[in-house]
Design a protein around this ligand. Structure first.
Ligand code: FHN
Length: 450
């Protein structure tokens, strides 16, 4: 059984770029089995929409977009949302960023429209990241976007409405680690150059901080009705299993339909969250890979290293073929604009899904017990979808399947059956899609992989 003490970046769902900051300290936490709760009929009902959805959009947005990876004229090592700790920025110099945060170009309907065009079925937006700044109208602290910025608007409230109008589940991210609260102390306190991560719970302050969290989570749940809460930053020294369970139970008590990821830690939560990596062959239970399009979650003006649309489409297929979901991140800038290269890639994914979405949404993972030389596979009852990324030069596709193939066709050309002989499929010379072409096999009953 995996324990925290045996954590690796993949299992602990740590972003490798922050592994040195977190995993070393998390290893000092008590070794607790990381076990995702077994499926139950209640859990199956709760997870149903999420298991169908497959593709979500992560949004890391906050006052860290103002510096965008630079501080006092110098580049600060990413990710962008970590600038306060990586830049050793004391609170009295960081907090005034709120007064500079005036996202006059923010348009919730535009963001939701982009997400819908991308084929996204749920959005997870940061309500509070590690810096403690709240991107919603909370009464728990004035360090929030309505009270502390010249903009005085609540983007989560606007995005909540826009998501519902675009048939997208609205979900929120919430960091346990909080560099602003007096209930946690920085790893290395300093009036001039503090290092924040991982923070320590101030002795005797767990109950106060859990109460603070419950106040804000209660506002989010009753005011914004998220379908899912994506916790993070649980590697705070002194964060306990009892704290994790208390928060989970509180959420469940307010709305049992809300899905919670596994980053409250201590085996609490509904699904696993590998980060920046796609587990080869998938993982047991429900899981979702979260990933950046470039190298940062929060906006960094100089990070232009955007993954290609081909890579991102293939990553989506890999996740779904492994039985998981793909949560792809955008980092809007300080004016509220999603960087154009990220929009372009999202729309390219959407164009692919417009043709091939039936092979993704509502499917389960590959029925084959082996890596396919030509690509990936997903399935629905009576159908196997082959996502062919290596189009055979000779046009012949050998599929390790014992079933009778009742019909085979290209998703892009469903009215014209392909010639088959046993489990061999004869394909046209040219692949219909440059990234991944879907071949649909209609089979007799359950798959019989060879
Ligand atoms: O430290 C955070 C990081 O800023 C980002 O939010 C990612 C997204 O999953 N999670 C943590 C690193 O594992």
């Amino acid at each position: 059984m995996l324990t925290l003490a045996s954590c690796t970046a993949q299992h602990c769902n740590l972003n490798p770029s922050t592994e040195s900051d977190a995993v070393g300290d998390r290893l000092s936490l008590p070794a607790v089995p990381m076990v995702i709760a077994p499926s139950t009929s209640e859990k199956d009902a709760k997870m149903a929409w999420w298991r169908q959805a497959k593709f979500g959009m992560f949004i890391h947005w906050g006052i860290y977009a103002v510096p965008g990876g630079e501080w006092k004229g110098k580049d600060v090592r990413g990710p962008g949302e970590w600038i306060q700790t990586r830049g050793r920025i004391p609170g009295d110099q960081y907090d005034p960023l709120a007064a500079q945060f005036d996202p006059v170009d923010f348009n919730a309907d535009q963001w939701a429209s982009i997400a819908q065009a991308a084929g996204v079925k749920y959005i997870v937006i940061t309500s509070k990241h590690h810096d403690g700044f709240c991107m919603f109208d909370t009464h728990a602290t004035n360090f929030n976007i309505v009270a502390a910025t010249p903009w005085h608007q609540d983007p989560l409230a606007q995005l909540d409405v826009a998501c519902r109008l675009h048939d997208i589940h609205f979900c929120t991210y919430y960091s346990i680690m909080d560099w602003h609260t007096p209930d946690q102390s920085p790893k290395i306190p300093s009036a001039t150059a503090p290092e924040f991560s991982p923070t320590n719970m101030v002795p005797g302050k767990n109950d106060a901080y859990v109460a603070y969290m419950k106040t804000e989570l209660g506002e989010l749940i009753t005011g914004y009705h998220p379908s899912l809460i994506w916790f993070d930053g649980g590697w705070v020294h002194g964060w306990t299993a009892a704290d994790a369970r208390s928060i989970y139970d509180y959420i469940h008590g307010l709305d049992p339909s809300i899905i919670v990821n596994n980053r409250l830690l201590y085996g609490v939560g509904d699904y696993g969250t590998p980060e920046q990596k796609i587990p080869n062959g998938g993982m047991k239970g429900d899981w979702e890979t979260c990933m950046t399009i470039n190298g940062t979650w929060g906006y960094m003006s100089r990070d232009k290293d955007f993954k290609s649309a081909s890579t991102l489409i293939t990553n989506l297929i890999k996740c779904v073929s492994g039985g998981g979901n793909y949560l792809l991140n955008v980092g809007p800038d300080a004016l509220g604009r999603i960087p154009e290269p990220e929009v372009e890639r999202l729309l390219a994914i959407g164009a692919w899904l417009k043709v091939n979405g039936d092979a993704i949404y509502g499917t389960t993972g590959s029925p084959f017990n082996q890596v396919l030389p030509f690509g990936y596979a997903t399935q629905k009852p009576g159908k196997i979808f082959l996502e062919v990324t290596q189009w055979p030069a000779n046009g012949i596709l050998h599929v390790p399947l014992g079933n009778t193939i009742e019909n085979a066709y290209l998703m892009a050309d469903p009215d014209n059956s392909l010639q088959t002989k046993g489990s061999t499929i004869y394909l046209p010379a040219k692949a219909p899609d440059p990234v991944a072409s879907v071949v649909v096999l209609q089979i007799d009953g359950a798959p019989k992989p060879l």
